[in-house]
Design a protein around this ligand. Structure first.
Ligand code: BGC
Length: 371
């Protein structure tokens, strides 16, 4: 079968590899499921891996099959799989257990191992292939009604984990009634975050770099009642004069200096969630550290980082995708701006990823096989 692979740490090595079709018997304990891949999303992490900045090949290979945002159909199940049947739609989680005790209890998204196992990213082949085999333990069933947009579930799961932790952490307060949120970043993750917060009743304010005029992402935000401001015209801290301080801020720009701006924009008892993986070397100075520190202390503010997601977060994501279709019919589909037909057109996908601004791309994805 065909798969899209890279040589990790080598710039622009993306290519097609011919691989053996996996089998349910590759998975132990009779729990194997063979999945026919229908769609795979392409994201900033795939771009970074192809830029040679991130990613590790599995042991015994000098290449890594890319792809972690996935959606497929069950083609075969082994004898001990009772929860899936041939024809079911599924999405697979990304991280697999390593060695820490969080991994032992199924919370590998909180692993304390330095080396982690993530399909399509680190030490495990991914989903940019015609088929994959996986244990039923790592698959999430997808209702047919959301099949057209279910490839958005994996990026949404990251947000769900962030929001779940925010509400867990805020239990320290006994009562927390958040009203306003700022979402920093208006790419696909920022849009999904804004949507998830709107579904929870927040007044949401989105911030991006682009000018408002003709910016599709801002049009989409406005369709679901989210304001848009360009950080070329305002800082997040200055925006609090207009909108008030934010009870929750979700950072997903990939531009780390904005974190310090966000730290100065939180309401008392507020919570700031950091979700950008910033692999670069950027440094920033002139931080008003006394002021920020004092605000955090005197206002009982919280900031935390979040990565990856486990089954629970994918399951919340399935419900949010369905609710979003019910509340804002067709909105998620408008995010899926660039469909690439067939794995062999990988060059086109990376061109879109590398030039998202020029193509006005929000989400690029492969249609590996028609649904
Ligand atoms: C993926 C996560 C992963 C993270 C760090 C993200 O792009 O969505 O599943 O944990 O990268 O590797």
């Amino acid at each position: 079968m065909k798969a899209i692979a890279v040589t990790p740490k080598q710039t622009n090595s993306v290519r097609l590899e011919e691989m053996d079709k996996p089998k349910t018997s590759d998975i132990k304990n009779g729990r194997g499921v063979l999945v026919e891949v229908l769609r795979v999303g392409a994201c900033g992490t795939d771009r970074e891996i192809n830029n040679g900045e991130y990613g590790v090949a599995p042991e015994g290979y000098d290449f890594l099959v890319l792809g972690h945002e996935n959606f497929g159909r069950v083609a075969e199940v082994a004898e001990n799989v009772t929860e899936f049947a041939v024809g079911d739609f599924v999405v697979a989680t990304v991280r697999r257990p390593g060695y820490s005790f969080y991994d032992d209890i199924g919370e590998q998204d909180f692993t304390t191992d330095d080396e982690y196992f993530e399909r399509g990213i680190s030490r495990l082949h991914g989903y940019m292939a015609e088929f994959y085999a996986e244990s039923a333990d790592f698959l999430i069933k997808i209702p047919p009604a959301i099949k057209e947009i279910a490839v958005l579930l994996e990026p949404l799961s990251i947000i769900e984990k962030g929001l779940k932790q925010a509400s867990d952490i805020q239990e320290r307060l006994k009562i927390w009634r958040p009203k306003t949120a700022a979402v920093l970043g208006t790419g696909s993750v920022g849009l999904l975050t804004s949507m998830a917060l709107r579904l929870r009743g927040y007044a949401v304010h989105g911030f991006g770099k682009d000018a408002r005029d003709g910016y599709l992402n801002a049009d989409l935000l406005e369709e679901i009642g989210v304001s848009y401001d360009s950080t070329m015209e305002t800082t997040v801290a200055a925006s609090t004069e207009k909108y008030g301080e934010y009870d929750l801020i979700f950072e997903c720009t990939g531009y780390s200096p904005i974190v310090f701006d966000a730290m100065q924009s939180l309401n008392q008892n507020g919570v700031l969630i950091l979700a950008s993986v910033t692999g670069g070397e950027r440094k920033t100075d002139a931080i008003p550290s006394d002021k920020i520190n004092q605000q955090f202390v005197l206002g009982n503010r919280v900031m935390f980082g979040t990565v990856n997601a486990n089954r629970e977060h994918f399951e919340i994501g399935v419900k949010d995708l369905a609710l979003c279709e019910a509340m804002y019919a067709g909105w998620l589909g408008k995010m899926m701006t660039h469909k690439i037909e067939g794995l062999e057109n990988f060059a086109q996908a990376f061109d879109v990823l590398n030039n998202a601004g020029k193509y006005r791309a929000i989400k690029a994805y492969f249609e590996v096989k028609k649904i």
